[in-house]
Design a protein around this ligand. Sequence first.
Ligand SMILES: [Zn+2]
Length: 463
Amino acid sequence: MNMRFLTRQTSKFRWIWLTIITCLLFSCALVFPDRAPKPPLQRNVILLIGDGYGFSHFEIARAVKQHVDNSTLAQINMMNQGNTGYISTPPENGLVPDSAAAGTALATGHKTENGVLSQSPDGTPYKTALEMAKARGMATGLVSTSYITDATPAAFSAHSPTRSAYANIAEQQLLITGVDVMMGGGREDFIPESESGSRRKDTRNLLTEAQAAGYTIVSTAAELARIDAAHAPRLLGLFAIHTMAFEIDRATTNEPSLALMTQKALDVLRLQPKGFFLMVEGARIDHAAHANDAAAVIRDVLAFDEAVRIVYQFAREHPETLLIVTADHETGGVALNYGATPDHLRLLMEQQRSVEAMMKEVGKPITAGALQSVVRRYTPFTLSDEEVEHVLAQQRPTPFLSNWASDLLAGVLSARYNVAWVSRSHTGEPLFAFGVGPGAEKLRGFHDNTYIGKIIASFLQEE
Ligand SMILES: [Zn+2]
């Protein structure tokens, strides 16, 4: 045995001992972990959906911000810091979706037929992102300016062969899925038939049942503003019997803005240790677009943008948050027409009531005098004799052409603003989707709308 061999052997043993000691230390670290409590696993998902919100709705609002307000949409700041892509929206067995099929795609990553909520057309339920979040112990929230049982929030919190099973959807949301925070309209689906305006056909009062289940219930903006988030971990805000008001009419009600509801939902949900899932819907963009009411559409897009501003700020401060902003389908096929100028946008922003509210004030039967005085009160225009005649010549609508006075007035005003429409319903226009936070880079490119649901599901299923 020569010395060189011995030295080599000693050095070899030293390495073996070092390895054994290192392994022992490492095992000890596993068996006796740091006594200090680990920070709770926080993981948040916030999804904002503009219902009926296409790129042209966005572009008109962007131009209004630039030329009338001399400012910028929060959505543009977010797009420029995050990841932006495009989605197409066809439902199963069709080309143009309704909010049930499109909501199902966003909520579950699966396609279904129009009218169906988060299940296959033959009834197989699809797990929703909100249910996945709940299974992780996360808090959950839904905010909408429509009735909270409407298709978009329902797609996240209920399963139904038909979107119109409102009373049943309300029960699922509150008592089966157990959504922690719900805010919107639709009190009619929670109160018994005996109370006026109810859509329930039984005697149940879900508000009483909700209270027993620990929900704090509010019904006005002032009550909501006073809520102490620390004492309202379960919050039910029902601010209207049916849909909430168009943003352009909201000052005449005591309803909260979409921004206030979003802020309050965040205030409550952020206190939960395991993170939260929140879906916020700017629902009335769609309804105003069905009515071809350009001024009402843009006010609701701007209200949606204020909600984006709030959640984007939150996501910047909480980088463990996946925030996605998108839409379910386009409504109206709206666009600025050739020849539109910033003056048209200034006029558009001078309209102070929705066409629906104006026609209600005109009353029935519609007279030229009442029509002219209401239009003068709430818009920058005096109608010409031809325009008055056009609106008064209303007819019963056919499936393809609605000629009610309100639609005709919406058409007259849109022409004055140089805004054009191709439809009074949904279109198959592709949509944008943009986001920040973990997984948002997957949004880049052109995808099917189910891909959004899949991105959220994979974030919620990661360990
Ligand atoms: Zn619609």
